[in-house]
Design a binder for this molecule. Sequence first.
Ligand code: ADP
Length: 901
Amino acid sequence: MKYTLKKAFEKILLYCRNNIVTNINDEFTKFTGFTKEEIIGKSLIEISCILRIDSQVHPGNVDSEYDCYMFTKEYEPREVTISCMLSSSEYEKIYSFKEKPNSRIEDKNMYFQQLCNDNQVGAAVYSFPDLILLKDNEKHLGFLEYPYNKKENSIGKSLKETLTGYVNSNAEKRFLDIIQTGNSYYLKEVKYDRLKRGVTYWDISLVPIKIKGKIKYLVQTITDVTEKVENRMLAEEKTKQLESILESMYDGVYVVDKDLNITESNIRLRKLVYDYDSFKKVSDALNTIKLYDFEGNLITSDSMPVRRVFMGKKVEDLRLTAIRPDGVFNFSYNGSPIFDKNGNVEKAVISVRNITENVKKDQIIKKQNGMLNAIIENITDSLIIIDENGQYTMVNKTFKDNFSISAIEPITPEILMKKVECYDVHGNRLLLQNLPSRRVSRGESFSEYRIDYKFKDGHVDTFEVNGAPIYDSEGNFIAGVLVSRNINERLKNEETKLMLAKYDILNRTIENLNLNYTLFSYPDAKIKYINRKAFNYLRKINPKLESIDSCIGMDSFEIYMRNMNEKVEIESKLKEVIANNGGSFIFNRKISIAGKESFHKFIFQPLYNFDKNVTEIVVIGIDMTEELEAKSKMEKALKLQDEILTNIAHELKTPLNLIYSTNQLMEMYLKNGSIEEYREKLGHSANIIKQNCFRFMRLINNIIDTSKIKSGFLNLSLSNENIVEVVENIVQSISEYIKGKGINIIFDTDIEEKIIACDTNKIERIMLNLISNAVKFSNTEKNIYVGVSDKNNTVEISVRDSGIGIDKKYLNKIFDRFYQVDKSLSRNAEGSGIGLALVKSLVEIHGGKISVDSEVDKGTTFKIELPVGTIAEDEIACDKIITIDNKIEMINMEFSDIYSI
Ligand code: ADP
């Protein structure tokens, strides 16, 4: 009984009424670690939670016996059999807990205990097949998520509950697999992505533990390898990326070990290197190619870039030229060492880039830049590049020279404005904001914009400025370009050209005006130009002058002036004119060369150049000789006219006196009634009056006719006549008129007929004049020969006498009006000296010529040559019927000078 009691007493008991615990025995406390205070008064549901059997069974549901795991206060699992023992009352129940013998895990598996205690890996023991968590360590708890990461919340719970997302996960599959097959699992880096904290990777071992041939537990070890996996994956990713970078790199890259073997390389390298497959060591390359640095030094295997890297040096953009069988290439090398743990260079990473094209381009650009710079620096235009603020980013040498800026002196538009004042063409001062640089910076373009730069020393330079902004493809202002040019010379040239053009006109005018023209420099007075006329004039003064060319450069005063006085006079006048800033002066000169006088008027004109200085003098000489001669001729003519008037007065007076005195005599006879007595005398008087009236008429006719001819009013009444007959008729008439007066007129002709167009009246007057002269100037022997001879195209009429003749020196004067050789010689005759002048004019209007041949005291011959030619009948004038009376009157008139007749 005692045993029974003891036995009964030893039982672990829990008393309850109406599902509320009313008591527990001490054994219960001993077994579970829970005290009465912790248990009594709790409901059975609460108790199942405290004892962690709630996942397996509810005590109220236990009718008789139930095997399950319960847990002590210290979370130790105890495999028990729960039995329900009825008590007296129906509402009172007693539950007994009986541990299964040898069921404790720690007793069974020390290794497992150890595993848990180590806490190196997560370790857990699950019941089989319910997968109730029986035991685990802190590490394992770390895998579970709140609230199951706390022992009090996870122990006793099934895996379904504690592992988030377990149901239908691949983890569940594994567990089910083990449950079915009993096989162990060792899984590495299992991905579990159902936790709230994200994807995790675990190394897991699942080992079923058999007891007496039956699986009793599942022991799980679990190591979180997420970080490791992630790192590795990251590394793998990076490696992949690196590889793709390496392969896609433009540079060839290779890694070389200490023995110069290439351990890694990318595709690019294999393409870059000549015959890559034929060598393993880097230095093998030198077998087929030659490498030089840019200074031309040969690269040996000892000086290859890789060697430098192994010496611990970094290689940066080392440029080498490779002469290869397939051409010449330029490469740029970069290299870095990779050090081992001990700090020794283990490997070298070299990258190589083909820069052949770049080098070529660089060389071209360098050359072009050089050229461009040389051009920019050497152009005669000044060049400025400006930024968007109108500041200079570049100015060339010419610009600096133009404004006397030294090479190192800084220059800005502001500084420039302090050196010079700027004006536009209208003379308006330009302010800073209107300078070309500012205008271009505002986007303006302009060309041939003229600016006057006035410098501090007062001198002004004129520039022509072109400006344009430069934009990029998006329309942003990149720079402004200003090109300017000093146009002082051009302006001067334009002015000079204008002046030259004026000179040209002047020159031509002078040449056309036939003026003397000389240009000499001033003040050194060297002849620069001389025209033909001036040269001819100078040669008269200086016969030694050879040619126009030889005059150039000679001292103009020396060859122009005849004496020192002239030189001094002209030089001082020139100075005076120039000092008074303008004008010219005139210098008159008369020279006499070989008895011939010439008069010149010289105008000295200083020429002012662009700078308002006189460097040249123009001398224009006007030959006044003819004008002065004409003037003296005029004076002579006026004098002659006076003489003529006196002459005429005298000529008129003589017959008038005679008429007047004869008239007085006749009046006297009339008064004293003695007309009859003096009949004979009165007849003579009447004759005298008549003859003198003829003389009047002849003189007046002659004056009128010569005047008419001179002024072109005397018209010929032409008709076709036989000239032989016309001459013969007048000779015959005169012969009859002078019959018995001791005068013989002999007519001779070699032709009978020659019809020419002539005015018979005028021919008669010609003949009368000549024959009356022949009579007048014959002394004793009065034989007069009149001849007509045929000269084919002309007819020659001659009148010859053997009278007093005419001295040779007067021969060409007798045809002048009122010229008489010797008035005293004409004692028995009168004359006015007008007859021959009229004859000559009449011959000439017939188209003929008159000439005279004479010898003093031997006689004179006048010859008239008339052209042979007729006129048409309808042109013949019909108003000239001359009666014989008229003819006699005419002869009377023409011979009225001769008293003896
Ligand atoms: P006039 O007979 O009225 O003097 P003329 O004109 O006819 O005027 O003649 C001019 C001069 O020429 C004369 O005065 C004379 O001296 C000279 N002369 C003209 N005819 C002869 C002649 N046949 N013989 C000599 N002298 C002549």
